[in-house]
Ligand binder design. Structure first.
Ligand code: SAM
Length: 256
């Protein structure tokens, strides 16, 4: 029938769209895995462990990309059987709509949707971290993983994070940082400058973005300086924790 035909057509299109999304997402994953030898997954797990969300949280995952952080949040909530009466919320936001489209599709494939997780409202929203379209005091937690380094004005990102958090809300950032030991830093510099751009060329067919990646990591403020910037934005009880000798650091602060 006409309708039958249309159905077949649609499912073919669906499959094509899937494939495009999956190609992008998997090359993104492949590069993350290759560059960090898979450790980025562990860093993200630890990051979510530190936040340890419980039901009732309203999370804004900024620069959320394809959802790696938000998915961990959803799974952590799903694993907590008690207290389901408290409704939770997550907004996954990124400046790049395409990343969000990939993320939305992956969420669907992994069963991370409002239908599957009825205790949760999920909102995918394109936005610039430096100028958020959200009201003051609207979230209880704000996460940004491997995203703030790419923003032009870090101080604006922090000010916006502070503005949209409710009093008592927590800011958490996971970002590449600086090694605590100078010998290790020397080895790491060699690795990153000599290995990452060629690896980008081979695996993703691009040298320049990976050269930029390495340089942006070098230029990002050191742990103590970044801590100071977070305090300057108004956050209190600010601390940081180095992971893998400072290859990455988790910074945390509260709006009190
Ligand atoms: N948080 C995800 C993760 O850990 O897998 C994605 C990290 S990805 C390396 C960096 C993301 O930051 C990209 O998706 C990019 O589009 C986003 N981004 C860059 N500048 C941004 C800005 N000014 N506002 C919001 N997102 C931004």
């Amino acid at each position: 029938t006409h309708f039958g035909f249309q159905k077949v057509k649609e499912s073919e299109k669906d499959k094509k769209v899937h494939k495009v999304f999956e190609d992008v997402a998997s090359s993104y994953d492949l590069m993350n895995d290759a560059m960090s030898v898979g450790v980025h997954r562990l860093w993200k797990d630890i990051f979510m462990d530190r936040l340890w969300p419980t039901h009732g949280v309203r999370l804004l995952d900024m620069a959320g990309g394809t959802g790696d952080i938000a998915f961990r949040y959803m799974r952590q909530l799903a694993a907590q059987k008690n207290n389901l009466k408290r409704h939770s919320h997550v907004t996954i936001s990124d400046i790049n709509q395409h990343m969000l489209d990939v993320g939305k599709e992956r969420a669907r494939l992994q069963g991370l949707t409002e239908e599957e997780l009825p205790f949760l409202t999920i909102n995918w929203q394109q936005a610039d971290a430096e100028q958020l379209p959200f009201e003051d005091n609207s979230f209880t937690a704000y996460t940004i993983a491997f995203g703030i380094r790419n923003c032009t004005h870090i101080d604006r990102v922090l000010r916006e994070a502070y503005r949209v958090l409710k009093p008592g809300g927590r800011f958490m950032c996971l970002e590449f940082s600086h090694l605590t030991n100078s010998t290790l830093q020397w080895i790491y510099d060699k690795y990153s400058f000599q290995v990452i751009p060629p690896m980008g060329q081979i695996l993703a067919g691009q040298w320049q973005p990976y050269q930029y990646l390495v340089e942006s990591i070098r230029q990002f403020p050191r742990q103590e300086d970044f801590k100071k910037m977070i305090e300057d934005a108004g956050f209190e009880l600010v601390y940081y924790e180095n992971l893998t000798f400072g290859v990455v650091a988790i910074h945390s602060g509260f709006k009190l």
